[in-house]
Design a protein around this ligand. Structure first.
Ligand code: DQA
Length: 148
């Protein structure tokens, strides 16, 4: 069975409370429950990790090597400037789908740049929690093709 890690970066633990007009009213727990249901439908196992710390996210990506087949990742604001996370993704060689609740292409200029995107297999943004479920489906399709 394919194993997928769903990784969330800084301030995403505050979903539901944090700027609901931008990020919606679902909590991270709500989103994780939705992703778990989608994973069950797709026949894959899923684990979750959130941290507000760059190093903890890097450590979790390293641990995912050999433990997981791919990652759905919302790096939060690290998206826009963390070369360390970008290097962690390319170092592990794991396929990663970048996801965002909001449409980063239509917000402030600094959010239009993703330093993570070039090392990801795809990006889903602006769909709210559906960015996660569609991101998971994209990743699983990619992994199944690799398996053929
Ligand atoms: C976000 C977009 C980022 O720009 C922001 O810093 C976040 C959340 C999103 O899911 O829309 O923390 O990744």
């Amino acid at each position: 069975m394919l194993r997928v890690l769903v990784l969330n970066g800084p301030n995403l633990d505050l979903l539901g409370v944090r700027e609901p007009e931008v990020y919606g009213s679902q909590t991270l727990g709500d989103i994780e429950a939705l992703v778990a249901a989608t994973a069950a439908d797709l026949g894959v196992t899923v684990s979750f990790f959130q941290s507000n710390h760059e190093g903890a996210l890097i450590d979790r990506l390293h641990e995912a090597m050999g433990e997981c087949d791919g990652v759905v990742f919302n790096p939060g604001a690290y998206t826009h400037y963390s070369y360390a996370l970008r290097d962690a993704i390319s170092s592990t060689g794991l396929p990663v789908v970048e996801v965002h609740l909001s449409d980063i292409a239509k917000r402030e200029d600094f959010r239009k740049v993703s330093v993570i995107a070039p090392v990801c297999i795809g990006q889903l943004a602006g769909l709210g929690s559906a960015s996660y479920t569609e991101g998971l489906a994209l990743l699983v399709g990619h992994l199944q093709k690799e398996d053929e």
